[in-house]
Design a protein around this ligand. Sequence first.
Ligand code: FAD
Length: 87
Amino acid sequence: MIGAGIGGLTTAIALEQKGFKIRIFEQAEQLKPVGAGIILANNAMQVYERLGLRKVIEENGNPISILKITKPNLKPLSKIDLSYFMI
Ligand SMILES: Cc1cc2nc3c(=O)[nH]c(=O)nc-3n(C[C@H](O)[C@H](O)[C@H](O)COP(=O)(O)OP(=O)(O)OC[C@H]3O[C@@H](n4cnc5c(N)ncnc54)[C@H](O)[C@@H]3O)c2cc1C
């Protein structure tokens, strides 16, 4: 497997759970936080649920109930209510 990004790591976990022996090759010398968060949408969380990772992700993340696109002064340009999708 090439690349320890979210795609490579998720694929590796899925294949490992199916009994494959996985080896990941990553060009970066170190995996470390880059100071940014990532939003995991519902379709992604359905995959993590099937992999048995939903609970650990939820315990280490923050649920989002609303998404706002704002001007630099934080005056909202648009709002998306995500509470409908929360389980
Ligand atoms: C600023 C920003 C914010 C984002 N926010 C979100 C978000 O909130 N929610 C969301 O769902 N998506 C978000 N995305 C998109 C998301 O980050 C990408 O879709 C996702 O990271 C892609 O994952 P990946 O594993 O396919 O690729 P990558 O994360 O790019 O991972 C590929 C890995 O492969 C390694 N690699 C590459 N070539 C080689 C090689 N030849 N040999 C060995 N290793 C190699 C790289 O070093 C890297 O670690 C955001 C993207 C950006 C730029």
